[in-house]
Write a protein that binds this ligand. Structure first.
Ligand code: SOE
Length: 383
């Protein structure tokens, strides 16, 4: 089996999920490559050193350029804060490395354009980690839609609810809290949470053409960890939008970090002419399915336990009836990437496909600012 040497840039929460995926994938999936955790990179040397020891990286670095320049590295995986993605990805592509990047690809579509151009010019494999596509229940939803079982789709409804920033005492900026600083993150929940909902939605239901949005920043100023001063909060704390899809269906989307009691509740519902689907991240191994074609007396919502070997990805795991969780979605995405690498097929979403989500998030932010409908792709940030 060929070895694939990984240089991972970033050693926070996402560094752990990706390192786990690359460590586990060969145990469960028959892929033609063996990922080798070669170098982990983090700006805090003791942290990077501990991370390397804990996950079995052969070495650690504090300067990402050294990792990108290392001829032994085949793949650069980017899990650092959003404002660093573009520069690293472009340098990695120019160095001829494969590049994978945590979502969102960058702070806006214009910034992502440089990444798309770099990987396509260099002809290197690339992929954005939008992992909720790889939940077996969501993959089954995709199969059911593609088989035409839902018929014409009328409605798409998605929510991603959290509550971890409600306290006004929570500072912004720096380790773990850069998601509250728009200069680093690009936006608040629009890029962090709605991006997931949008990626899944367009994968399941096709492109979004137009949006009308409202955003709110509930806590207007917070202490900034990097300056020590109280500074204005520049991110959106909550973001809601109406969408028109190219197939004529209507969408409603909501993301917030102010839904007390909800930690990471991602739900989606799709209503078609013949059938409907509901999925819920807190019950991720189930798909709710209503089929109007069922015999009238027995018609009703089915709760399908997605743990059988004929369900997507599940034959690689335990025995029927035993469920899997969040971390497995990363393992699935790593498996798809490694298989694609061998067959010459790019695993999706590629950077170009990931940029479509940035076009929508740009349009959402612009619509909220202007209080008007915005056509996707025509927002100023996207240019
Ligand atoms: C934010 O809390 C976060 O970790 C996102 O950044 C992830 O993308 C999402 O999957 C879970 O929530």
């Amino acid at each position: 089996m060929k070895k694939l040497n990984i240089g991972m840039i970033g050693c926070g929460f996402m560094g752990r999920t990706h390192s786990n995926a690359f460590s586990q994938v060969n145990h469960f999936f028959d892929v033609p490559y063996q990922p080798v955790l070669k170098t982990i990179c983090g700006i805090d040397a003791p942290l990077a050193k501990d991370f390397a020891a804990n996950w079995g990286y052969e070495s650690y670095e504090t300067d990402w350029r050294k990792v990108v320049e290392n001829p032994d590295i085949d793949l650069i995986d980017i899990v650092s804060p959003n404002n660093t993605h573009a520069e690293i990805a472009i340098a990695a592509a120019r160095a001829g490395k494969m590049v994978t990047c945590e979502k969102p690809l960058s702070r806006n579509a214009a910034e992502t354009a440089g990444m798309v151009e770099a990987v396509e010019t260099a002809g290197v494999r690339n992929m954005a980690w939008y992992i909720y596509r790889r939940v077996p229940a969501v993959m089954l939803a995709k199969q059911l839609i593609d088989e035409g079982r839902l018929g014409r789709i009328f409605h798409y409804r998605a929510k991603f609810l959290q509550d971890w920033t409600i306290s006004a005492a929570l500072p912004q900026g720096g380790d773990g809290l850069w998601r509250l600083d728009a200069a680093v993150a690009g936006s608040g929940v629009t890029g962090d949470l709605l991006a997931h909902c949008i990626d899944t939605a367009m994968w399941l239901n096709g492109g979004i053409t137009e949006v009308s949005a409202a955003t709110e920043t509930f806590v207007k100023s917070r202490k900034h960890n990097l300056t020590g001063k109280v500074e204005p909060v520049t991110i959106d704390d909550a973001s809601l939008f109406l969408a028109r899809f190219g197939n004529g269906s209507l969408g409603t989307f909501e993301a917030t970090r102010y839904a007390r009691g909800h930690k990471a509740l991602y739900t989606l519902e799709i209503n078609g002419e013949n059938a409907s689907i509901i999925w819920d991240l807190h019950d991720l191994h189930r798909l709710q399915f209503f089929d109007h074609k069922d015999e009238g007396r027995l018609r009703g919502w089915k709760s399908i336990h997605i743990t059988d070997s004929d369900h997507p990805y599940m034959k690689h795991w335990w025995v029927p009836g035993l469920q899997i969780g969040y971390e497995h979605t990363f393992i699935h995405q790593a498996a798809d990437f490694l298989s694609g690498t061998a067959t010459g097929c790019y695993a999706v979403p590629t950077f170009r496909e990931g940029q479509r989500t940035d076009y929508v998030t740009d349009a959402v932010l612009e619509s909220a600012r202007n209080r008007s409908w915005v056509k996707v792709g025509e927002s100023q940030e996207s240019k």
